[in-house]
Design a protein around this ligand. Structure first.
Ligand code: SF4
Length: 400
């Protein structure tokens, strides 16, 4: 159950003032003691994640956040982290307490959540102590509110049902990596080089997930290293529908794969699955307009161990300077640490984002596009660099 990666789970953020029972609510929803529960205000500092299976939705992750009314310098930092969670939140639960004197914090949070089009559920906790009307609260906050008592467990099952009902309203525009392009018995060749940067004894997440989607579509997977691709094409020839490769060997294999066979990369597939291929293809046109000294942000959504010749640290900067023909300045970010102020950048180059959820990747793209900063991803860039971008996108005629 817990093997579904966090990035593939529906993210449910729990927000509210300190001491409203956020941690206890997660414990009640998951029937586990995961979040630290205490009566002392402000016990939760960094967001805490808890994965569970919520039927009929499937795998979800609850995010316990620090109170939105936290105080002091450290409190301010904690509130910032709480608000950052909104970038990955698919459903927001606002926990309210009848003991609250004013609703200003909640109003401002709800306004923020609505701007981001995140569905909201209001929950009034501790109704074992108070069971009056919630009409006033609903009118003030303009959201639907459900009553629960974590102590008596009243309303917890109803709350789970309400979360499940919201699933169809969540923007899941591209729920597939490749499943929608696969028909029964389609032969799909996947090229996964086993070089120094490949993890020992296993495949990486995008490869595993893509293999799984081909199986879901009753297609036929053939997984080879780039050194065996020529032989594979000789053996299976016209029976092959598509070759999916690690973008780093595009240059090496583009002439091996005949033109009538679709050729694309994991990174391009993830550009659609997690992000927005249209936005990335728009961004690529800006490379030729880069000027001497322009700042470029190279952003990776995880902090993996980097080898010599690393794609993000070495290859992409080198290729970008070659193509633009000017000296550029590079900054790097990894994991959750994308700079708050991105306005100084002339281009953002992002990895496939397999370790973050779609919501977070889309937030990053929207943030860049609202500031008129072009954004591209590794796969799109490497296809462009090897002069096969059009070909690598042929599998998505809907983009034209
Ligand atoms: S760098 Fe990006 S694409 Fe590569 S493994 Fe990390 S999150 Fe996934």
């Amino acid at each position: 159950m817990n093997s579904t990666p966090r990035s593939n789970r529906l993210h449910i953020g729990i927000f509210g003032k300190r001491n409203t029972g956020k941690s206890s609510l997660i414990n009640a929803l998951t029937s586990q003691e995961i979040a630290l529960v205490s009566n002392i205000k402000g016990t939760t500092t960094d967001p805490v994640y808890k994965s569970m299976e919520l039927l009929p939705i499937g795998p979800v992750v609850f995010i316990d956040t620090a109170g939105i009314d936290d105080e002091g310098k450290l409190g301010e930092l904690r509130i910032k982290k709480t608000l950052k969670v909104l970038e990955k939140t698919d459903i927001a639960i606002i926990l309210l307490s009848f003991e609250s004197e004013d609703l200003e914090y909640e109003k401002s949070l709800i306004e923020n959540i609505k701007k981001k089009n995140i569905p909201i559920i209001g929950v009034l906790n501790k109704v074992d102590k108070y069971n009056g009307s919630i009409k006033y609260l609903e009118q003030e906050l303009n959201i639907k509110i459900y009553k629960t008592s974590i102590k008596t467990k009243d309303g917890i099952e109803k709350l789970k049902d309400e979360i499940c009902k919201l699933k169809p309203y969540i923007n899941d525009e591209n729920p597939f990596i490749i499943r929608d392009k696969i028909k029964k018995n389609d032969v799909i060749v996947q090229v996964t080089p086993i070089d120094d940067s490949a993890p020992k004894g296993r495949l990486i997440l995008p490869q595993v997930q893509t293999i799984r989607e081909v199986l879901d579509g009753n297609g036929i997977n053939i997984v080879v290293q780039d050194s065996e691709l020529q032989k594979t094409i000789e053996l299976f020839g016209d029976k092959i529908k598509m070759v999916i490769t690690d973008s780093q060997v595009f240059g090496k294999i583009k002439d091996i794969v005949p033109n009538h066979i679709f050729l694309t990369s994991y990174s391009i597939l993830f550009g659609r699955y997690k992000g927005d291929l249209l936005e990335f293809t728009k961004g690529i046109k800006e490379i030729k307009r880069l000027k001497k000294g322009d700042k470029i942000l190279i952003s990776e959504a995880c902090s993996h161990h980097r080898q010599k010749g690393d794609i993000g640290r070495d290859k992409i900067p080198k290729f970008l300077q070659e193509i633009s023909g000017v000296d550029l300045n590079f900054d790097w970010s990894s994991g959750n640490s994308i700079p708050e102020d991105i306005s100084k950048y002339s281009l953002i180059v992002h990895c496939g984002g397999c370790m973050i959820n779609r919501k977070e990747m889309v937030s990053r793209i929207k943030n860049a596009s609202q500031k008129n900063i072009p954004i591209i991803n590794y796969g799109i860039f490497l296809a462009y660099k090897h002069d096969i971008l059009e070909r690598a996108l042929e599998i998505f005629p809907e983009l034209n």
